[in-house]
Design a protein around this ligand. Structure first.
Ligand code: AMP
Ligand code: MG
Length: 316
């Protein structure tokens, strides 16, 4: 079975081809970025509209026979979701092959099983828009904790926007943090949930009063990542599990990986992270999730910007 996957839920337009033997036959992406300010959904959608034809053409030059098309139909920014849907519909019509829609967040989670040896973990899902601490029970995913406001990636991006780092700011924050010193910031853990907006406001105020970018980056990272590590540790204990896997774009951050690794070692648990290339949004994970779900029930093709992962039955 050969599947062509299309991703376009937010900033990244991507196309990949994967077969049922877990071989990646094609993977390419083009990310909407900005030197100043943050993501503007309509602009990101225009970006996707422009790059999808080129990515799809290139993919089909590489692999001629495609059995079906999958795209991420949920959750995400509606204008971007619509561009991905239209690109997917066009290509399925042209090739006369079936089209299915899958949930982008589920694809992030199952990519952990595609790329690592993890079996039954606590998932720490840290992307732009999402931050959730998840584990599975039967054929459902349970969200044990999550952000009460913005996702960790968006918090880092907003923080970065306030101190003029451009979009996406996460990788720049990581580099600047290496030269920074600690400034105390609010630590916002509420039960199993976390909140980041207060930190964005506080760091903005400190920056306006003259705090150094490097110190703010270091302190922002240390505080946010300590909060996530604390809640992940509690989920491990509560679920009596001994594996943690980190997924989503912020999984690219070495400091977050280090903190989780130390926590896991102290608890005799194993820590895994998806490879850097596949941590953020990509279409390989979408194509692979398509392979898993092709024969399943979820072959809806319209978009759903707000679908949550605990609404769906899983098969990994
Ligand atoms: P995703 O939505 O899963 O594609 O993840 C995108 C988010 O990951 C953006 O908010 C980025 O700022 C963030 N990100 C990417 N690389 C890093 C990094 N090295 N450190 C922190 N955040 C990062
Ligand atoms: Mg994502």
């Amino acid at each position: 079975m050969i599947c062509l996957g299309i991703e376009g839920t937010a900033h990244t337009a991507a196309v990949a081809i994967v077969n049922s033997n877990k071989e990646i036959l094609y993977d390419n992406r083009d990310m909407y970025t900005k030197k100043t300010g943050g993501i503007i959904p309509s602009e990101a959608a225009q970006h996707h509209k422009k790059v999808f034809p080129k990515l799809i053409k290139e993919a089909l030059e590489k692999v001629k026979k495609i059995d079906f098309i999958v795209y991420s139909n949920a959750p995400g920014l509606a204008p971007c979701l619509m561009e991905a849907r239209d690109a997917a519909k066009n290509i399925s019509k042209k090739l006369k092959v079936p089209l299915i829609g899958i949930n982008h967040c589920i694809a992030h989670l199952s990519s952990a099983h595609l790329f690592t040896k993890v079996e039954n973990p606590v998932y720490l899902f840290t992307s732009g828009a999402n931050t959730q601490i998840i584990s599975s029970e039967g054929n459902r995913l349970r969200i044990f904790g999550e952000t009460l406001d913005v996702g960790i990636g968006n918090a880092l991006d907003k923080f970065g926007r306030n101190i003029d780092l451009g979009f996406p700011a996460g990788p720049v924050v990581e580099q600047l943090a290496k030269k920074g010193k600690y400034i105390e910031l609010p630590y916002l853990v509420k039960g199993m949930d976390v909140a980041f907006s207060g930190l964005v406001t506080k760091t903005d105020n400190l920056f306006k009063k003259g705090a150094k970018k490097e110190d703010l980056c270091f302190s922002m990272q240390e505080t946010c990542f300590a909060m996530l590590t604390e809640v992940t540790e509690r989920a491990l204990a509560h679920c009596n599990k001994n594996e943690v896997v980190l997924i989503g774009g912020v999984a690219a951050n070495k400091r977050l990986c280090k903190m989780l690794e130390i926590m896991c070692k102290e608890r005799n648990a194993k820590f895994y992270a998806v490879p850097l290339k596949y941590a953020g949004d990509n279409a390989t994970m979408i194509a692979w999730q398509g392979i898993l779900e092709y024969k399943g029930k979820r072959n809806r093709v319209d978009i759903n910007p707000y679908e949550r992962i605990d609404e769906i039955e899983i098969n990994f």
